[in-house]
Ligand binder design. Structure first.
Ligand code: NAD
Length: 286
């Protein structure tokens, strides 16, 4: 059992002061849900690794502009774009603008997600449809638009060994059932099978599709699981590594999956969870 049950303020050994390697130099990325939490961390890390980044968000202009400023401070270009990933025409318009202004898209991180928690007997159809619509259908719509662009362009070997990379943000709940969150767990299980099916379908076209399954990461989506010392101590009983994850823990995994350093990784889910999935059936948060 982990002994560290205090809530460290920034916890992770993530980051550090060394300048990041520009492993994504010359590439163009689009990150959905990029003005908060994990998506914010991923967008900043892709920018620091040399990619120009489209910062998608649904609300919060100021937060999106702050992420864009961080990307530009690292020397990459950033575009902010407000769009609902569950809306087909808004997704199409977003990709058209991205390709129009940046020339192409090489990397999609389909990250936007939300929860509408309820016991099943009280769950409304709206709660069900909202979660499936954003978390699963949103990833389908963005993946389809990205794949069309990857196929149009093909491989440009001076940029990347692949014609494109898609990273689907899943969750430990793609494999761990989550009582009281059937809509969320169903969306993440769906993401896993969609990701693996796309990976199989698109590998012959040199498009790599992979997933990341975060455990408990310190973001607004699961604030209740970490914001009090009691909640944090309870969370720690589920995490062998003895600390909560930080957005940068996920961001570094995303940079690797987006880069040619993972060129032979196809259809994999990378669990970034401090060992939480070693306790199946007990996970909470995210
Ligand atoms: P968050 O609430 O901080 O961020 C969610 C982001 O999604 C926000 O930027 C929000 O604006 C965006 N978003 C929501 N609805 C949208 C829509 N319709 N269109 C476009 N953007 C929309 O949460 P987070 O923890 O950063 O979550 C990011 C992803 O990571 C989600 O898919 C979530 O399921 C997953 N995840 C999080 C955890 C965790 O512990 N935080 C664990 C596992 C998986």
């Amino acid at each position: 059992m982990p002994s560290n049950t205090s809530a460290p303020a920034g916890g992770s050994s993530a980051g550090g002061s060394a300048a990041p390697r520009k492993v994504l130099q010359g590439q163009k990325a689009l990150v959905t849900g990029a003005n908060s939490g994990i998506g914010r961390g991923v967008a900043l890390a892709l920018g620091a690794a040399g990619a120009d980044v489209v910062v998608n968000y649904i609300q919060g202009d100021e937060a999106a502009n702050e992420v864009a400023a961080g990307i530009e401070a690292a020397g990459s270009r950033a575009l902010t774009h407000r769009a609902d990933v569950s809306n087909e025409s808004q997704v199409e318009q977003m990709f058209a603008r991205a390709v129009g202004e940046l020339g192409t898209i090489d990397i999609l991180v389909a990250n936007a997600g939300l929860q509408r928690d309820s016991p099943i007997n009280a769950m409304t159809l709206e709660q069900w449809n909202t979660v499936i619509g954003v978390n699963l259908t949103g990833q389908f719509l963005c993946a389809r638009a990205a794949v069309r662009e990857f196929l149009r362009r093909g491989v440009v070997r001076s940029v990347s060994l692949a014609a494109g990379k898609i990273i689907c943000m899943s969750s430990v709940h793609q494999m761990i059932p989550w009582a009281g969150h059937a809509n969320y767990a169903a969306s993440k299980g769906g993401i896993m099978m969609m990701m693996e099916s796309l990976a199989q379908e698109l590998a012959p076209r040199h498009i790599r599709v992979n997933g990341i399954a975060p455990g408990a990461i310190r973001t607004p989506i699961n604030r209740r699981a970490w914001e009090t010392p009691e909640a944090y101590a309870s969370l720690m009983t589920l995490i062998p590594y003895g600390r909560i994850g930080e957005p940068n823990d996920i961001a570094r995994a995303a940079v690797w999956l987006a880069s040619d350093e993972s060129d032979y990784v196809v259809g994999a889910t990378l669990f970034v969870d401090g060992g939480m999935t070693l306790f199946p059936g007990f996970a909470t948060g995210g």
